[in-house]
Design a protein. Structure first.
Length: 162
């Protein structure tokens, strides 16, 4: 199966690709050169299974081209926390980028999109301990209460794909 991984050069994306390349052909869609991270780099013996396509998820045409031919998309591209940009930047990349992934996947007739969201939608990750879970273990019914731009953007991205 051909799987497109957005953000495949990032921390989470690298881990996803390392698991998937055992059995799938991978397209790493990222702005960051994977040579900096070792995924898909010539030193990676499994590199032929990974095609790096430098693409911004905010570029719908480029993203559509990169996703074309994939049977599934794992969407891990994002600004990864509240300190990685302004509130507007975080929302644009994390929400509008997700919307573009959905549109591009639809054009390519992709049947499955997996969104890498964040526990930040629950509200306690970047709160400095001020917010605690309502109960443990946390499940799908736990109240959502993001406390920062990042958590709000990830929650909104979830609704884009719902």
């Amino acid at each position: 199966m051909r799987i497109a991984v957005t953000g495949g050069s990032g921390l989470v994306g690298r881990s996803i690709i390392r698991r998937l390349i055992e059995h799938h052909d991978i397209v790493n869609i990222d702005l960051c050169d994977p040579g900096r991270t070792g995924v898909g780099h010539s030193s990676d013996q499994r590199a032929p299974a990974v095609q790096f396509t430098p693409t911004d998820i905010l570029d719908l045409a480029g993203l559509s081209h990169a996703i074309d031919g994939a049977q599934a998309v794992v969407h891990a591209a994002a600004l990864p926390g509240p300190t990685f940009g302004s509130e507007d930047d975080i929302r644009t990349v994390n929400v509008e980028g997700t919307r573009n992934v959905a549109l591009a996947a639809g054009k390519a007739n992709v049947q499955r999109i997996v969104l890498i969201s964040s526990e930040s939608v629950l509200g306690f990750v970047f709160s400095g301990g001020r917010v605690r879970p309502d109960y443990l273990p946390i499940d799908e019914a736990h109240p959502l209460a993001p406390t920062d731009a990042y958590g709000r953007s990830k929650l909104e991205a979830e609704t884009v794909l719902a």
